[in-house]
Ligand binder design. Structure first.
Ligand SMILES: [Zn+2]
Length: 296
């Protein structure tokens, strides 16, 4: 079955209800959101009543809560422990995010593994594994999905090998709770042609296991294979192209895995700005590209 949705806004007043309503307006059957700003750790309490109503609306509309995703803010960096206070702050904040997932009854959270900055890659990998062991120790019922990154700066998790190393360093109990989120733009920017996606999955299966893939972020890229940039483009308007992305979305080995769009809004800085998701989801369901930006 196709589980398709997009990034949505979780705002103070409407919280999860706003996320569900926005998703339904795009024709989504799943969604992803940040529990506040993606750049800060400022958070507000979860309203139980709103959460309950939102789950009722999800049920009524066939949104499967177990396939929905929270995204942890970008600023959490478990790879660098050169400032122990900061490192511990990030671990504690991640714990709070995991507890918020439980309160919101959302079962998956995506995390960027982090950047090693002044350290080295192997130390960064160890720090991430230690941080995850600690953050997940007393958490049950939430999957943590490490995102495959584009390789910007000193990012960790920019290859199957990096992710395999992190997962192998986890203790057995944590390992059961840790999964992977792929991102087509990041895979492209990390140096792999999405046209060779089958071979990528073969390697992933051999080194990590395909059952560890819990989500795919579907984005086109503004940059060439191996650019290490991470600029998401709208589907069919980037260097990957619509057909290769459709092959990922409908790949049999990833059937039932949630696919999330994180593509940019159209005319973002102008008055007539709009979300692309309704159009992209329609194109995905029809498996046919349509130049909605210029023909709308
Ligand atoms: Zn991400």
């Amino acid at each position: 079955m196709l589980y398709i949705g997009s990034h949505t806004s979780y705002l103070k007043d409407k919280q999860l209800m706003g996320v569900v309503e926005e998703s339904l307006s795009y024709g989504s059957n799943i969604f992803m959101f940040y529990t506040g700003s993606n750049q800060s750790t400022l958070r507000f309490p979860v309203n139980k009543e709103i959460t309950k109503e939102a789950h009722e609306l999800m049920k009524k509309n066939g949104i499967d809560k177990d396939k929905c995703i929270v995204h942890a803010p970008f600023i959490i960096n478990l790879a660098n422990n050169s400032d122990p206070d900061k490192y511990n702050f990030y671990i504690n904040f991640l714990k709070q995010e995991l507890e918020r997932c439980i309160e919101l009854d959302i079962k998956n959270i995506v995390l960027h593994p982090g950047s090693y900055t002044t350290l080295d890659r192997e130390t960064g990998i160890k720090n991430i594994a230690n941080g995850l062991n600690e953050a997940l120790e007393n958490i049950e019922g939430v999957n943590l999905l490490l995102e495959y990154m584009s390789g910007k700066g000193t990012e960790v998790g920019t290859s199957i090998d990096d992710l395999a190393k992190i997962i192998n360093l986890l203790n057995e109990k944590t390992k059961e709770k840790v999964f992977v989120c792929l991102d087509t733009c990041h895979i492209n920017d990390s140096g792999i042609d999405i046209g060779n996606f089958e071979e990528f999955l073969d390697e992933f299966d051999e080194k990590i296991g395909i059952n560890k893939i819990k989500c795919v972020h579907v984005n086109d890229s503004y940059n060439a294979v191996g650019a290490h940039k991470d600029r998401h483009a709208n589907l069919g308007y980037g260097t990957i192209g619509f057909d290769k992305l459709i092959n990922v979305i409908y790949n049999k080995r990833l059937d039932n895995i949630p696919k999330i769009l994180e593509t940019p809004w159209i005319n973002r800085n102008e008055k007539n700005t709009y979300a692309p998701y309704k159009y992209e989801i329609e194109m995905i369901r029809k498996k046919e590209f349509y130049d909605y930006i210029n023909q709308k």
